[in-house]
Design a protein around this ligand. Structure first.
Ligand code: GTR
Length: 334
């Protein structure tokens, strides 16, 4: 049993209790809005995208359907709030695919290192049949996949030195998301993987508990990780997207018509998110470089690709997963 699955009843009750207490404080007259969680702060593109979805819902239902967002990780980590969402304690959640890896094996596919060749390839695959299939695979786990949002390219950052080859990472302690796939990727590079939630990373970097982590420019900036880890090395090893999910139990309480409206509003918030995202990446990068971050390109990525290849063999095991990989690879040059 993986870490993600060993979730004790008492912990569930504690979390549900905590979240319920917070959520109870939001009482208002009229129908209750859908409660949605996000680990990022208010102004982050994922939060703004769900706000846009809420606006579309209000507009299209005369205010009957709405969303209240709990931003900034106030309800807990992605993994914990995801558990709450699966058993209906939260209506919606915007998370990365990583915490879903231990719940549904198909979600590991877009998280494979160096799978997507470009942003266009990633968007095409997720907007198309492969993406739809992964969203659909969440339902038996109590979740309805509504849409994907961009998360850009993840690269390594650390407090010691620029990374040019995997050898430069030897013995480094690197924080990863709570996913066995990410742990395996770091080990394959010869570094030590430390899984922890995003909210713990800044302190851990400052205190030297970890030497570095990996993320996109906007998260590197918004978590202030750059203050403690100034070397950002552009390995661009993963392009796993964000995903917006709804609890299946809440979904089942909606009428057919409302389900279609919710799904459509989520889909319609995607282009809005992508525009915000592209701008945010460019702005974050510019601000970080101006503030003294030392970024470097990695001229030869082949060693990283080679070292991480066994991770594919370990996490792509079922025929369904293999088929998904083939389909996504075929979409590389459309
Ligand atoms: C961010 C992502 C978050 C979370 C975070 C992390 O890029 O938007 O959902 O997954 O990375 O590293 O924990």
């Amino acid at each position: 049993m993986t870490d993600g699955q060993t979730f004790s009843i008492s912990r569930r009750m504690m979390l549900t209790g905590g979240a319920a207490a917070m959520l109870a404080g939001c009482g208002r007259s009229g129908p209750r809005p859908l409660y949605s969680n996000d680990t990022h702060p208010e102004e982050y593109p994922t939060v703004q995208a769900v706000k846009e979805m809420a606006r579309l819902l209000r507009e299209r239902t005369g205010g009957r359907l709405d969303i209240k967002i709990f931003a900034g990780g106030q309800l807990g980590s992605e993994r914990d709030t995801l558990e709450i969402t699966t058993f209906g304690g939260l209506d919606m959640n915007r998370v990365n695919l990583a915490p879903l890896n231990s719940i549904e094996p198909l979600t590991a596919i877009p998280s494979l290192p160096f799978l997507f060749r470009s942003t266009e390839h990633m968007r095409r695959s997720l907007d198309g049949a492969p993406g739809e299939r992964i969203l659909g695979s969440l339902e038996p786990h109590g979740l309805i996949g509504l849409c994907y949002y961009d998360s850009g390219e993840r690269s390594f950052y650390n407090s010691r030195q620029p990374i040019l080859t995997p050898e430069d990472m030897n013995g480094m302690k690197i924080r990863v998301q709570n996913s066995d796939l990410y742990v395996a990727m770091i080990k394959a590079l010869g570094a030590d993987a430390t899984p922890m939630s995003l909210g713990e990373v800044y302190q851990s970097l400052v205190q030297g508990v970890i030497d570095g982590a990996e993320n996109n420019w906007p998260s590197y900036e918004s978590g202030r990780h750059f203050e403690a880890a100034q070397y950002y090395s552009l390995t661009r090893h993963v392009m796993a997207p964000e995903v917006l999910v709804m609890s299946a139990s809440r979904w089942r309480k909606l009428s057919e018509e409302d389900r279609a409206t919710v799904k459509q509003a989520a889909k319609d918030s995607v282009p809005y998110m992508r525009t915000l995202w592209d701008q945010r990446v460019a702005d974050a990068r510019e601000r970080l470089l101006a503030s003294g971050v030392e970024a470097n390109e990695v001229e030869d990525l082949s060693q990283f690709v080679e070292r991480m290849r066994p991770v594919w063999d370990r996490f792509v095991v079922s025929d369904e997963q293999k088929q998904l990989v083939r389909e996504i690879e075929e979409m590389a040059s459309e």
